[in-house]
Design a binder for this molecule. Structure first.
Ligand code: ADE
Length: 226
């Protein structure tokens, strides 16, 4: 998968993809991430990419011209399946959206800053808008990192044990069951016996039951979902 990201602060995107699973995905050639500094397409030599909003009011707006020039230049090389704008007023990201996006080939993600981007770019170029939750970040970069991480780990071959993504929380609208590792007794706090008995069928049934119990008590809303 190829992901291009346009940002006014691309430095914010360096660390999230440089370690651990995302790093391995890149090394294996499964996930190719290119970040672009929007200032490369600034309208003048001062690096201007934003301006005051029409109608007055606090906060700058990211201008059409740099964004459109950036998008169109990248489109010359790549046909994007989606052009995504990270914004708190988009639909809220969830596992199902991650699953769907992980099946695409080429994505372009735009990170907003300040008051956001000129509405005309949204109308004419953006094909999907994503919020990562009902709160406002100072820019779309951390949100983009969240989305790329959630997608990247689903790509076939990225996780060592491919079944582990299938048993994540939210796959099948259930939370994951509790997990334990050694020692079996820590300060008198014991691992459930069933996990130590070596009967895979019983373990599987216990995990199913725990998943359901957790979901019922912590996130009953998930059980009403399609
Ligand atoms: N940009 C600012 N806040 C955001 C959010 N909650 N989700 C996505 N992009 C954002």
């Amino acid at each position: 998968m190829l992901i291009h990201i346009i940002s006014a602060v691309p430095e914010l995107l360096e660390s999230p993809f440089a370690h651990s699973i995302m790093k391995r995905a890149a090394e294996k050639g499964l996930l190719n991430i290119h970040t672009h500094n929007l200032r490369k397409w600034a309208i003048n030599k001062h690096g201007q990419i934003d301006d005051y909003q029409y109608g007055g009011g606090a906060g700058m707006v990211m201008m059409c011209e740099p964004l459109v020039n950036a998008i169109e230049e990248l489109q010359q090389e790549t046909k994007f399946d989606e052009i995504i704008y990270m914004t708190p007023d988009g639909p809220t990201f969830n596992q199902q959206m991650a699953n769907q996006l992980s099946m695409k080939e080429n994505l372009l993600i735009i990170c907003g800053h300040y008051k956001g981007i000129d509405e005309r770019v949204r109308e004419h170029y953006i094909t999907k808008e994503i919020s990562i939750g009902d709160y406002v970040l100072s820019g779309g970069e951390l949100a983009a990192a969240v989305v790329v991480d959630a997608i990247g780990r689903l790509l076939p071959g990225v996780l060592n044990d491919e079944t582990s993504a299938l048993t994540d929380s939210f796959q099948d609208n259930l939370l994951a069951p509790p997990v334990y590792t050694r020692p079996a007794d820590f300060k008198g706090w014991k691992v459930p016996d069933i996990l130590l008995q070596g009967d895979p069928k019983k373990v599987e049934d216990w995990r199913q039951e725990q998943s359901l119990l957790r979901t019922q008590t912590r996130r009953p809303d998930l059980l009403d979902k399609e």
